[in-house]
Design a protein around this ligand. Structure first.
Ligand code: ADE
Length: 418
């Protein structure tokens, strides 16, 4: 089997960690059980471009149990867990092309290697495979039944392709499922981002000023958890509604130009580029710690920072200290790449359980319905979304109420008023 991983000898620990994650993925386990019996993906070639983590490994095993022929590459050069990649190859028989710290050229070589398998379905986290299928690898697009997309940034790119009427196949926006973004983006990003910042710095949040740029689902999660750890949270936003929401959630809201001078920690989660720029870096306090948890490493203007500094040095794993021309120091964590996966292990298994159950069932849906769909971005069918919520609740041992027939009738009527 062809593959490219850092060290196949790392497989032992990788396998143990994959099995540990599986323990907290009851919904995906159920999907895997059904897939093993029914083999709904038999004969389907799936190319996945996802963060190579223990949770992704369990998704890959689920797709394989469903009969798919799966190949995996990394969706970010810094997010691969090399032991997991090794175990996937040796213990699960899945070709993986991913090495933590790979350069841009290798990153794309790996994406192309998964496309060389001529997939029928692609699974993206950031839309890089779909992007290749619309540029360098156009000739393979005709063989694609459909694609799935894991993250907000990817969905934005895909909607742009669809709006320009150039999307070549249907895509399921897994990110937009309620059982995905309400939980993964908020609680997953909230916890794993603080985990990444802590592992990189081992600094105290209590009493600090923590600036969160962006108050989407991810920003909400980061702000909520930073507050929970005792930080004074400041939110920056460009959307008046989200800004108002942040105010009413109890946070101070101000432009980044004002926040720059007061933050001890900064974290961008906007999905946009150059959110913290040179004019902001030069205002920062000595020792400010700056990170990004958005999908791409474009949110921090590192070129601007470089121009405002005399040089930089690595002072700790995942921490680069820039010596500013104004005499202060500014530290960038994880090279400005998503800190939760660069310095920590990404979202915990319990939330990825729902995200990846959506991925697996979206692939099943595409096999059954792909040919009937047009070249648009689709949401995960509500029935799948609700079923995942039901299964998760059951796994958590929670019961809920049912509507009485009187209540159902009331909800369907208009006659009863004041
Ligand atoms: N995105 C964020 N956390 C992740 C994880 N643990 N696995 C895969 N993708 C992720």
């Amino acid at each position: 089997m062809d593959y490219h991983v850092k060290d196949i000898g790392l497989r032992g620990m990788g396998k143990k960690r994959i099995e540990w994650a599986e323990l907290d993925m009851p919904v995906l386990r159920k999907v895997k059980e059904n897939f093993s019996k029914k083999k709904p993906l038999k004969g389907t070639r799936i190319a996945a471009c996802l963060h190579v983590t223990t949770e992704t490994a369990n998704l890959m095993a689920t797709l394989k149990a469903g009969g798919a022929d799966v190949t995996l590459c990394a969706s970010n050069p810094l997010s691969t867990q090399d032991d997991v990649a090794a175990s996937l190859v040796k213990d699960y028989g899945i070709p993986v092309y991913a090495i933590k710290g790979e350069d841009n050229k290798t990153y794309y070589k790996h994406l192309n290697a998964t496309l060389d398998k001529k997939p029928n379905i692609t699974m993206d986290d950031g839309a890089d495979l779909v992007s290749l299928l619309h540029t360098d690898r156009k000739s393979l697009a005709a063989g694609i039944i459909g694609s799935t997309e894991e993250t907000t940034t990817g969905v934005i790119r895909l909607k742009s392709l669809a709006a320009n009427k150039i999307l070549k196949f249907p895509v399921i926006a897994v990110n937009d499922a309620s059982t995905k973004h309400f939980f993964d983006n908020r609680y997953g990003t909230g916890q794993s981002t603080l985990d990444g910042i802590l592992r990189a710095t081992n600094r105290l949040f209590a009493g600090s000023t923590f600036v969160v740029c962006g108050y989407g689902w991810c920003g909400k999660g980061v702000a909520m958890r930073a507050k929970g750890m005792g930080a004074n949270v400041v939110v920056t936003e460009i959307d008046p509604l989200k800004a108002l929401e942040a105010v009413m959630d109890g946070f101070r809201v101000m432009p980044i130009a004002d926040a720059a001078g007061i933050g001890d920690f900064f974290c961008t989660v906007t999905g946009n580029l150059n959110v913290i720029r040179k004019e902001h870096f030069v205002k920062m306090k000595d020792g400010a710690l700056v990170s990004n948890s958005g999908h791409f490493n474009v949110e921090l203007d590192l070129r601007g920072l470089k121009a405002a500094s005399k040089g930089k040095k690595v002072v700790r794993e995942f921490v680069e200290e820039y010596a500013m021309k104004n005499g202060r120091k500014v530290c960038v964590l994880g090279e400005g790449r998503l800190i939760n996966l660069a310095a920590a292990e990404g979202h915990p298994a319990s939330v990825m359980d729902m995200s990846f159950a959506n991925q697996a069932l979206a692939a099943d849906f595409l096999v059954k319905n792909g040919k009937k769909l047009s070249n648009q971005v689709y949401v995960v069918p509500e029935a799948i979304d609700k079923e995942i919520a039901r299964l998760k609740l059951a796994a958590l041992g929670m019961k809920i109420d049912n509507l009485t027939s009187e209540q159902k009738k009331y909800l369907a009527s208009w006659e009863m008023g004041t």
